[in-house]
Design a binder for this molecule. Structure first.
Ligand code: IMP
Length: 516
């Protein structure tokens, strides 16, 4: 464990050199055994609390595969989560968001799999499919496969989330997309799967579920048909979180029957297992596993109880595809925001900056609040799915290091290097003091975030505008490279690539990791 003098010594060492030392894997890549790794496989997962820039990192990795003349196609696989995810993408001046559909599949030679570990809401999928086709002006026919074994999420699971929130007096809840109740149903062997919606007796199965839940709601004097659930299409149109009532049974079945027709007409649903087997043995196919949420939101490794309900670690690929082992993946990347962390939800981390929303009077903010306000505005820190303002946290190196070690992350992609103010040092937490004054390290679970005091160090910043347009690591300001050097020295996780702006070309690979 680090202590203050070790950290100060490291800081002196890194910041006293005239030329910042090299980053990444150049010296130790050779130490990583690669024998059992399938070439041309990569995984991208969140290293913090979500919204780190995974979707755009996936696009960067797609580009790198498409540039390889030995490869014919790239398969992007989503293996967990569902419509709680929101990957903002930007290309050629067009911006759009993807929630359930894997990133990048509008591109030639890129195909997507929504695998069995996912929770899938078919009506929202139908809407998203149309919106992504329109935004990217592409025909997605034949580009996407959905596992028949994926966990089925309907508005009933969303209503259950409303009930859970009611029963816990608002204390516990997710994004309202029905993710928790869907996974809970699967684990409790009560849930339905996509194959059930396609079966001949789907109406009977869904009617039973509806009537069961109706009785539960009635026991609390509530009417299921009047419960408000998210209206995805209307929310997209209005760029706001908009709801509608769930409706009576015939209305509920009617909406599902439209979604069912869509799944059948597009021939989306299949058994994905043999596809994996085929791709595994095809050397011309690159596989890219796209995580959603993050290790910090993992139900076992994260900030419990404010976590999601799927395995967001690299090991989730095993259960979420039921074919690939995490250890077979060649490049195991975690994405983090370089200078800060953002958080959506009710969790309260010790490193969080107290920042009101909206800020009524900026002159009342202290320098850290002013910095957090700048970050929230400049980086547009508002939920892609929920539109809620995100909380801004100082960078916590213990948290990132833990997430990397336990989540199976081997190297980091540090995004948002342009979010930096030259005159405002970057405040970085390297450990915590407990109530007895002892230095302790990060431990998962929100309970351990109470009664601890983060130990900070302030590092010199750089001009965020100067990083934009950088082509190589050498083009970055010295303090930016030193900061990254400090970051990787304390977390013990090498940096494989950085991003310097929102566009897909604002991306630089650190020599070493992808070369080996
Ligand atoms: P759920 O996944 O909808 O059950 O939400 C559980 C918790 O995870 C909530 O605090 C959400 O805000 C958080 N969460 C879920 N998905 C994301 C995401 O993609 N980004 C950030 N936070 C998320």
């Amino acid at each position: 464990m680090s202590n203050k003098s070790v950290i100060a010594k490291l800081q002196r060492k890194i910041y006293s050199t005239k030329t910042p030392s090299k980053l990444g894997f150049s010296n130790n890549r050779k130490n990583i055994p690669t024998t059992n790794r399938r070439p041309h496989t990569s995984a991208v997962i969140g290293g913090a609390l979500g919204d780190e820039g995974k979707g755009r990192t996936v696009v960067n990795l797609i580009n790198r595969s498409l540039e390889n003349p030995d490869l014919d196609q790239v398969i992007v696989v989503r293996f967990q989560g569902g419509n709680n995810a929101g990957h903002s993408l930007e290309s050629g001046g067009i911006k759009w968001a993807q929630h359930q559909i894997p990133s990048g599949i509008h591109r030639d030679q890129v195909y997507g799999i929504m695998d069995s570990g996912m929770v899938v809401h078919p009506e929202d999928l139908m809407t998203e499919y149309q919106l992504v086709s329109q935004a990217t002006r592409s025909d997605l026919t034949g580009k996407l496969k959905l596992s028949a074994d994926a966990i089925f999420c309907s508005d009933l699971e969303r209503a259950k989330e409303v009930l859970n929130r009611f029963l816990s007096h608002g204390a516990k809840g997710g994004t309202g997309r029905g993710i928790g109740p869907s996974y809970a149903g699967h684990l409790d062997r009560q849930g339905l799967h996509i194959r059930d919606l396609l079966s001949d007796d789907w109406q009977e199965k869904l009617s039973n579920k509806y009537q069961q839940l109706e009785k539960i709601f009635a026991a609390f004097d509530m009417n299921l048909s009047e419960i408000e659930v998210p209206d995805f299409l209307e929310s997209k149109k209005q760029n706001l979180s908009v709801g509608r009532t769930l409706g009576k049974l015939p209305e509920f079945l009617d909406r599902l029957s439209q979604a069912r027709r869509f799944l059948l007409s597009e021939e989306l649903v299949t058994n994905t297992f043999p596809l994996h087997h085929q791709y595994f043995h095809d050397p011309k196919t690159a596989m890219l596993f796209e995580g959603s949420q993050a290790v910090g939101l993992n139900p076992w490794l994260g900030t419990y109880p404010d976590v999601t309900t799927s395995d967001t670690s690299l090991f989730g690929i095993q259960t979420g595809t039921r074919y690939w082992l995490a250890e077979q993946i060649r490049y195991r990347l975690g994405v983090i925001k370089a200078t800060y962390t953002s958080s959506v939800g009710q969790r309260r981390m010790a490193t969080q900056v107290d920042l009101p929303y909206p800020v009524e009077d900026p002159s009342q903010l202290d320098s850290y609040q002013a910095w957090a306000d700048y970050v929230r505005t400049k980086a547009h820190e508002f939920g892609t799915t929920t539109k809620r303002p995100r909380d801004i946290l100082h960078m916590d190196l213990g948290f990132i290091g833990y997430n990397a070690r336990m989540g199976g992350i081997e190297a980091l992609v540090a995004t948002h290097l342009d979010i930096a103010l030259e005159d405002e040092p970057i405040k970085v937490c390297w450990g915590y003091a407990n109530s007895s004054g002892e230095i302790v390290t990060y431990q998962p679970g929100l309970v351990y975030q109470a009664d601890i005091t983060p130990q900070y160090i302030e590092l010199p910043s750089w001009d965020g505008l100067r990083v934009q347009g950088a082509q190589t690591m050498e083009d970055l300001p010295d303090n930016c490279r030193r900061y990254l050097g400090f970051f990787q020295a304390v977390t013990g996780v090498p940096i494989a690539a950085v991003t310097t702006g929102p566009n897909e070309y604002d991306y630089i690979e650190v020599p070493g990791y992808f070369d080996g």
